[in-house]
Design a protein around this ligand. Structure first.
Ligand code: ADP
Ligand code: ZN
Length: 735
């Protein structure tokens, strides 16, 4: 803008409105929306972001902008950020944290180091070399061996000298000493064997052609690729990305969790090699800064990462792929903005005129409804690629097994038989149980007092390996396990109940003494790279059975697995949440999908105490459309999403009374301010009513849209004693 005199700046502090600053004349040419600046706020130096430029201001006295930083937010991301702040009811400084990784936000600059180069030709250099002695000769010799030049630090180390002979040689113009930028971006890996396209089968080709049409036209459209597990969705993504890059555009590829999707990530890396930046949590600040910069410059044209990678500053965005779009890891739940990366991906696609592909074997009810209504373009892959077949699923009624065993038993007879057969013929099995630890609770046999976490409202889990009781919410540990009941003082009275993965492993060893097992859960994967190590060991045949929690349910491909045992498929159906059935269906289908992924025929045994439950029935038939038809009816009947929109407000405080009082005030305010057609649920304690000594209450508001709700909540002054978290379109209405 010409003659801009003022800039509206969002300062990176908890103040949710832009402030006007004067733009000094010498900065006018360089400043624009998205520029990062240094300004004074109440005499303190702060960083901030320019929102827009203007030639008037209402403030009486404006301070000048002090300094500009070299890195800025691209305009498409600034637009996305403004949308995000509004839709998710989040202060702008929180949104900035998503748009700019910390090293960029703090103005970290590129790393520069001194670089030494000869100023003479090689023959000249060789000649002078003979005329020098000692340290200088040594330096010239090294330079002869490094005709392109060498870093000063490296030269000093090789020559074993001080800096002075180098300075002397520079003074007499034999060599130059100049600072150069050091690239700390993640190294492009050339070690990968480059894979080629596969010839698509008919269903893949049909889906691909539809997607191609969008990509070629350079317009925004969202595709839902609903393809059964192993149907070749990834191959379709790869070819769509290839086309996007051919057009000179960039692509974003989101995965729920990098550590659990290493196979997909490897496939992307081997197909696209040096064009790929893989963003994971363990990048150093330097790596993160330089990678961000190279994404921005277009050196990396494909970015792969978890939900936060959606905010990468790619150049000329052409395609966004959200793999496993149903996965709850895409939703940020613990801090504002509580955004859903799948939904924001669609918005980013819209702002950037890019194609969006959402892919899943178990689409979220929302996405499938959008596809049926024509908002998204639906493609289906109904068959497994590569001559594999979907597994046969058998339901096992555990009530009968309990009768037979005259009490609780972890494994049905059929599952034990099936496992035995696999061990004999050398095929592999997966056992899925979504609880870690050995026993899930302990209570006094005399007075029934339960051993709960002193800081959270949850029972402690017994971990036999470490011989401790631990809280799965706050990691509190109780050691040694008490022998006396606090409540009735009885001794050696504790009864342990509920089985976790640790117990499954021990029980299997007791039944099959020769069995080789690998356990994969949060306890066995604490260290960096441990997921990958365990997956690789299992794939290499180092174990007969992989036992795990939901970590083993995600898109992994184990060709020798022909049996999947699901131990308690139905437990999560008891959770009073409108998405409980959807989660259970997804989990069963995903974990079942690990079986029979090669020419070997797969089998799934689904143990349940609710064999007649419709969700279990649909899951056993691997029939997503039938599940959807039934689920959407109940959502309509009770007016839950996608029929309506929800906003969940959570009130957290050290004082239960304060939290409840504040919740009541806010609810009263909403009642008076919202139109009648909004539905306000009563205030209830959250499913986890206390975490880390903080009491938690929630209030659910339901309406056709969320904007009127967030508009009331956004400007409210914060209560210093009660933390209020607004979750728009929450995944869970219970926890
Ligand atoms: P999904 O992503 O749907 O789970 P994948 O893309 O992982 O499925 O494909 C499953 C297996 O089928 C992989 O081993 C893949 O290499 C193979 N595959 C996919 N498409 C084809 C094809 N058109 N021809 C041959 N094999 C294929
Ligand atoms: Zn706890």
């Amino acid at each position: 803008m010409e003659n801009a005199l003022y800039a509206a700046v969002y300062v990176d502090v908890a103040l949710d409105k832009p402030l006007d600053y004067a733009v000094p004349a010498h900065l006018i040419d360089q400043i624009r929306p998205g520029t990062r600046v240094k300004v004074l706020l109440q005499k303190r130096s702060c960083t901030g972001t320019v929102l827009h430029l203007k030639n008037y201001t209402d403030s009486k006295k404006t301070q000048p902008i002090q300094e500009l930083f070299p890195d800025s937010i691209p305009s498409d991301l600034l637009q996305l950020g403004s949308w995000l702040a509004k839709y998710y009811c989040a202060p702008f400084f929180k949104v900035i944290k998503l748009l700019l990784p910390p090293p960029i936000r703090k103005g970290m600059e590129e790393k520069r180091q001194l670089f030494v180069q000869s100023l003479l030709s090689r023959p000249q250099l060789a000649e002078i070399c003979t005329k020098h002695r000692g340290a200088q000769a040594k330096i010239l010799e090294i330079l002869l061996r490094h005709p392109q030049g060498i870093l000063l630090t490296e030269l000093l180390e090789k020559a074993g000298t001080s800096r002075s002979p180098i300075t002397t040689l520079a003074e007499v113009k034999i060599l130059s000493l100049e600072p150069i930028a050091i690239d700390r971006s993640i190294l492009a890996d050339h070690d990968f064997f480059q894979t080629k396209h596969k010839t698509l089968n008919n269903e893949q080709e049909e889906a691909f052609q539809k997607i191609l049409k969008t990509i070629n036209s350079g317009t925004f459209e969202t595709h839902l690729l609903y393809g059964v597990t192993g149907s070749g969705k990834t191959e379709v993504y790869l070819q769509a990305i290839d086309r996007t890059l051919e057009l000179g555009k960039s692509a974003l590829f989101l995965v729920p969790e990098i550590a659990l999707t290493s196979q997909t990530v490897e496939r992307l890396r081997s197909r696209f090699q040096e064009k790929v930046a893989i963003l994971h949590h363990r990048l150093s600040n330097g790596e993160r800064r330089d990678t961000w910069q190279k994404i921005r410059e277009g050196t990396f044209s494909l970015v792969v990462g978890p939900r936060s990678a959606l905010f990468s500053p790619v150049k000329n965005l052409g395609l966004i792929v959200v793999d496993e779009e149903h996965d709850s890891a895409y939703k940020q739940t613990d801090d504002t903005p509580c955004y859903h990366a799948r939904d924001v991906a669609v918005v980013r696609g819209k702002f950037s005129n890019a194609a969006v592909i959402l892919g899943s074997a178990t689409p979220s009810v929302e996405s499938y409804a959008n596809a049926l209504s024509g908002k998204y373009i639906l493609s289906q892959l109904t068959l497994r690629a590569d001559h594999a077949h979907l597994p046969a699923v058998r339901l096992i009624d555990m009530r009968r097994e309990f009768d037979k065993a005259k009490g609780f038993t972890l494994f049905s007879e059929s599952l034990l038989e099936a496992l035995k057969k696999r061990i004999e013929i050398g095929e592999q099995s997966l056992i899925f149980l979504n609880r870690r630890g050995f026993h899930t609770s302990a209570s006094c046999g005399v007075c029934a007092h339960v051993l709960n976490c002193p800081h959270c409202s949850i029972s402690l889990t017994f971990h036999k390996g470490k011989n401790i009781l631990s809280c799965h919410l706050c990691n509190y540990e109780l050691f040694p396990v008490p022998s006396q009941c606090q409540s009735c003082k009885a001794v050696d009275c504790f009864k342990f109940r509920g089985a976790g993965t640790e117990q499954v492993e021990q029980a299997l060893h007791a039944i099959f003494p020769q069995i080789r097992t690998i356990r994969l859960d949060a306890d066995t994967t604490r260290h960096k790279g441990s997921h990958d190590k365990l997956f690789k060991q299992f794939r290499a045949g180092k174990a007969d059975v992989l036992i795990g929690t939901q970590m083993i349910a995600k898109g992994l491909h184990f060709p020798s697995v022909t049996l999947v045992g699901v131990l308690n498929a139905d437990a999560a159906l008891q959770i009073p949440d409108f998405r409980a059935a959807e989660h259970v269906f997804q989990l069963i289908t995903q974990v079942s999908g690990r079986s029979g992924r090669s020419s070997l025929k797969g089998e799934v045994l689904l143990q349940t105490q609710l064999p007649e439950h419709p969700t279990i029935q649909h899951a056993a038939r691997l029939d997503y459309p039938a599940f959807f038809r039934e689920e959407i009816e109940s959502r309509k009947m009770f007016n839950f999403p996608p029929t309506s929109h929800l906003v969940k407000i959570t009130f957290t405080s050290k004082s239960s009374e304060a939290a409840l009082k504040h919740a009541k005030e806010i609810r009263t305010l909403l009642i008076s301010a919202l139109p009648r057609d909004f539905e306000l649920h009563p205030i209830i304690p959250c499913g986890y009513a206390k975490i880390k000594d903080h009491y938690r209450f929630q209030c659910l508001v339901k309406g056709e849209t969320t904007r009127p709700i967030t508009e009331i909540l956004k400007p409210l002054p914060r209560n210093p004693h009660v933390h209020l978290l607004v979750d728009v379109d929450p995944l869970s209405t219970f926890f």
